[in-house]
Design a protein around this ligand. Sequence first.
Ligand code: SIN
Ligand code: FE2
Length: 199
Amino acid sequence: MAEGAVLLHGFAKPVEVDLLADLRDIVEQAPFRHMVTPGGHQMSVAMTNCGGLGWVTDRTGYRYDADDPETGKPWPAMPPSFRELAEQAADHAGFGGFSPDACLINRYQPGARMSLHQDEDEEDFAAPIVSVSLGLPAIFLFGGLKRSDTPRRFRLQHGDIAVWGGPARLRFHGIAPLADGEHALLGRQRINLTFRKAL
Ligand code: SIN
Ligand code: FE2
């Protein structure tokens, strides 16, 4: 996609059944919810997390937190199926030794979108971002290092993994409004798993 950014087509397909079973367990413990931005807007994407740290937003700002603010309990552990896939994808993309401590799980229903942003709430930008797409296809907007840079558009399909790090680590990115459709395994939704090293 750019220097330091790779799209691995179908990389997650061989483990889709394990991923979806583990996802079901996570969502039972930490249900999807629509978080509120510091500006007071409710996000169209529903979110939850697994791993030692979870990304959260509320009226006070963005942060990583070990506990789910809805339940007061730690986020569910990151399942081995998730961790191994993320580590292998990073390796494949040229980022050996990736060890994520956070996995943000995004659920898009038709019409949901994510506006252009940088992933910059992590302590350390040496580690890449590993982003797994499941379910309905989406248009990934992959911009430059300035918000005003015109993004390129990439179609992300079920099983695709995007990895960006190094010189691409702080590129702006987002998701165009999700088109309606029906996916054989996931129905009318897209799930995205975003692995980070937050600390
Ligand atoms: C994100 O940037 O957190 C989500 C990207 C995606 O849904 O593919
Ligand atoms: Fe992001």
